[in-house]
Design a protein around this ligand. Structure first.
Ligand code: BMA
Length: 824
């Protein structure tokens, strides 16, 4: 008996001594950095970037300020060193396994642990794991990372090819492509430890990865199969518990993949914003042995099916998503990294960006391929809020190499990122790249770079290897058939080609790049509009933060630097001239540029929704900014809503009345994105700008959900005589006591005969104001220091009292409306 007890204790000893796995984040250690050729070490922040560290040490001025970008280009050519020393305890070293995990090294990083090189990293998007057990010692340990210049390495690689690939050195590095500058981004080819470095300690066994397949899903049951990858130190019997279900498994030393079925009765489905709740089921996956917990992982699962439907039809081929068997019109925007220096973005900033998408009635965001695979928090917020994600792989607007080193590197990048992200219910689509295919076929690179036939064949073969073979094959190995939705390139066909409007997804840039009148949006509607857009200036305060007062004019270098499109202001001006007055004063110009952008967005979104179900998606370019700049974004760098974001919220509302004018009159079409038809009443009123009702009509109308409903036709002959420049048609749809209001004007904004409005503002609650006017106040803009008005840039008619919520009490409210511009 005594012997038996001894034996048992001996057997259990490893599990008593080394129990649960643990981790330690090395970000909290003291880090320092320097240029390699210098001797003085300076304090550094981890995660961080070279640029922000230089700035924090007052070596460089604020990179976003004035024209500083130009002066800071030297940084990209240098080699930078980071180091820290950290203590390891005896207990830590006693762990059976110690892994050093680098979650984001930007980009060419040689890592030394206690002076021995343990890693040569060359891909910002990968997670690097190094077995560090034998290199660590009790007491002080030194970790040093040398970052070589991505620009220098890229340039050296350009020399090795017999031809020049668009876009020069940028495409050789697996590094965020927007760091090299974009038509909305400054060029800051930074480097550094941009995501945490962790020490992972584990004993006996650890859960390395969890995936699940949704094998069956209906109203009564969800059948899941978890695939849990466990790395075991020794052969033996282990217990795996998923929520309340526990099972024993015999594991072999090394990697084991455990199948674990799990059922949920009467499952609640995951729905997108606007269609229902984004129900999530929390799961805890627990690995233990002899009742000692070894490893624990948590995940939230959303039960849903997503299908990308591409079926031939009389016009071309459909392109739409079905969620839980229902076709869903996708409304949203393209998302770019929210900062040039990614570690500066806080968790709450990520949350706000997603919340702003939710608030604007979106249900999809496209993560554009020139940035990074976003942080976990971004996807967690999309999961919680019912926002689907169209996830590009990180390739944009260029042609990429096809050598085996490059392809291997990309393969590992895909494995790392798909493994990290695949369990998020929000993931709708994996897309190979942004505009590489379109660029190759339509942007004249062959001529520009003078390619021989042989060069062209080689470059295109390399494209096919990467986007038609390597990536889809890797996805096949990682994803179940049901979750494997891959689309090689967005758009599939360039906007100059007519097929781009009959099949696939489409980027329509005839407006803006092609300078076509924006009414053309009505004709150029594709099956799924994944990009289109128009620039608007950021909030004036945003500009004031980064441009010195004396430079706040269109001619200063500092000002010009905060517009990255080659003909940016010229293009804005040209469009503004067509429809709006052009103010001389900057603040007013800023206001009109925003109203213009909103006006263009309204036209585009309405055209896309009017074409439902031919068109089943409208994702505009672009949601957010990475620095303070004039761009296509509807949220500026500091998260301020431009006029366009208010407009987008209105135009993406689940129910929308769309008015189209023809020679004989007007038609009023109702579009309804709910799952059920909506019965209501349409009330149309012709009102002059002083508030007199000239005509009215009303009609009951049931809005279908799968296709649009023509609710009312108004012939000009039924209307009394009215002055087109002094009258507005107000349309309301009243359904379940909810009112949707739309205004239709008969002439361009610059032709409107506006009177000076007298606007009465009353504070009616701590965060409530009431507004009234005596004559139409067009695009009324409310401004008060740091106050967010939940509605803004709206039209206010006499006779209407509008109550507006603010996020904080506000007193000194400034008001601008279109009248102020027309009568400068
Ligand atoms: C789109 C994007 C970006 C670009 C934008 C505006 O096509 O893919 O490359 O910033 O156009 O020009």
């Amino acid at each position: 008996m005594k012997h038996q007890l001894k034996f048992l204790i001996l057997m259990l000893l490893p599990f008593i001594l080394w129990s649960q796995n643990s981790e330690r984040n090395l970000s909290s250690e003291n880090w320092s950095f320097k240029k390699i050729s210098e001797s003085k070490w300076l304090p550094a922040k981890v995660p961080g970037t070279v640029h922000t560290d230089l700035y924090n040490n007052k070596i460089i001025p604020n990179p976003f300020f004035g024209n500083n970008e130009k002066e800071l280009q030297w940084i990209e050519n240098e080699t930078w060193e980071y180091q820290t020393s950290f203590k390891i305890s005896k207990k830590e070293l006693n762990n059976q396994n110690t892994i050093l995990q680098f979650e984001g090294l930007d980009t060419y990083a040689d890592v030394f642990l206690n002076n021995r090189k343990i890693l040569e990293a060359n891909n910002m998007f990968r997670t690097w794991k190094v077995d560090a057990k034998n290199d660590l010692k009790v007491g002080k340990n030194k970790l040093k990372i040398i970052f070589k210049s991505a620009v220098e390495i890229g340039k050296a690689k350009t020399q090795k090819l017999p031809y020049t690939l668009p876009e020069k050195e940028r495409i050789f590095s697996r590094k965020a492509q927007y760091h090299f500058g974009w038509d909305w981004a400054p060029r800051f080819v930074t480097s550094g430890i941009y995501r945490p470095i962790k020490l992972l300690f584990w004993n006996n066994a650890t859960i390395e990865n969890i995936k699940y397949d949704q094998e069956e899903l209906n109203e009564s049951i969800a059948k899941l199969n978890f695939k849990v990858t466990v790395n075991a130190q020794l052969d033996g019997i282990y217990d795996l518990k998923i929520n309340e279900v526990q099972k024993a498994f015999e594991l072999k030393k090394g990697i084991n993949i455990i199948d674990f079925p799990y059922e949920i009765n009467n499952p609640k489905l995951w729905w997108t914003n606007g269609l229902g709740k984004a129900n999530l089921y929390p799961f805890e996956v627990n690995l233990s042995k002899n009742k000692v917990q070894l490893s624990l992982k948590k995940l939230n699962i959303g039960l849903r099916t997503i299908e990308l439907i591409q079926e031939k039809d009389s016009i071309g081929k459909s392109f739409y998503f079905k969620l839980n068997g229902k076709p869903v019109f996708m409304k949203g925007a393209n998302y770019i990294p929210p900062d040039s220096f990614l570690p500066s973005v806080t968790t709450s900033e990520y949350k706000n960006i997603v919340q702003n998408a939710v608030d604007a009635n979106m249900n999809m965001l496209r993560v554009w391929g020139g940035g990074v695979y976003p942080e976990d928090v971004f996807f967690e917020e999309c999961d919680k809020n019912g926002i689907l994600v169209w996830q590009d792989f990180m390739f944009a607007c260029g042609m990429y190499p096809g050598d085996s080193d490059f392809l291997d590197n990309v393969k590992n990048e895909i494995v790392d990122n798909v493994s990290r992200l695949q369990n998020h219910p929000s993931i709708a689509l994996w897309c190979g790249n942004n505009e590489n295919d379109e660029g190759w076929k339509n942007w004249g690179w062959q001529k520009q770079f003078n390619y021989s036939k042989q060069d062209s064949t080689q470059i295109w073969n390399d494209y096919e290897k990467l986007f038609h073979q390597l990536i889809p094959k890797t996805l096949d190995s990682l994803l179940s058939k049901k979750e494997n939705r891959y689309w090689p390139s967005s758009p599939s066909i360039g906007w100059g080609k007519k097929e781009s409007l009959t099949q696939g997804d489409s980027h329509y840039w005839g407006i803006w790049w092609g300078k076509e009148p924006f009414e053309v949006y009505k004709k150029k509607v594709g099956r799924f509009m994944s990009e289109y857009g128009f620039q608007g200036m950021p909030n004036i305060k945003t500009l004031e933060k980064v441009i010195p007062k004396e430079d706040l004019n269109f001619t200063s270098e500092a000002f010009k630097n905060h517009q990255k499109h080659p003909t940016g202001f010229e293009t804005i001006n040209e469009y503004m001239k067509r429809d709006f007055p052009i103010p001389n004063e900057l603040e007013k110009y800023n206001y009109v540029s925003q109203v213009l952008q909103a006006y263009v967005m309204k036209t585009a979104i309405e055209a896309h929704r009017l074409a439902k179900p031919y068109c089943m998606g409208s994702l505009y370019w672009q949601l957010n900014d990475c620095w303070p700049v004039t761009s296509w974004s509807t949220l500026d760098y500091y998260g301020n809503w431009k006029a366009s974001h208010f407009q987008v919220r209105e135009s993406f509302a689940p129910i929308l009345l769309i008015v189209s004018e023809n020679n004989n009159g007007l038609s009023v079409v109702g579009t309804n994105d709910n799952l059920e038809p909506q019965a209501g009443i349409v009330i149309a009123k012709l009102i002059d700008f002083s508030g007199n009702e000239l005509w009215m009509n009303s009609k009951e109308c049931v809005l279908n959900s799968e296709k649009n409903t023509n609710c009312m036709n108004i012939l000009f002959t039924e209307l009394p005589k009215f002055a087109k420049d002094k009258t507005v048609l107000q349309l309301e749809f009243i359904c379940n006591n909810k009112k949707t209001v739309t205004y239709h004007y008969f002439v361009k904004p610059k032709e409107l005969q506006l009177e000076k409005p007298t606007i009465e503002i009353k504070i009616v609650g701590e965060t409530l104001i009431e507004l009234k006017t005596n004559t139409l106040a067009k695009n009324l803009y409310l401004q008060a220091d740091d106050t967010f008005f939940k509605e803004n840039y709206f039209d206010l008619l006499p006779g209407v009292s509008k109550i507006i919520k603010t996020d904080k009490p506000s007193t000194a409210i400034k008001i601008v409306s279109m009248f102020d511009l027309l009568n400068e």
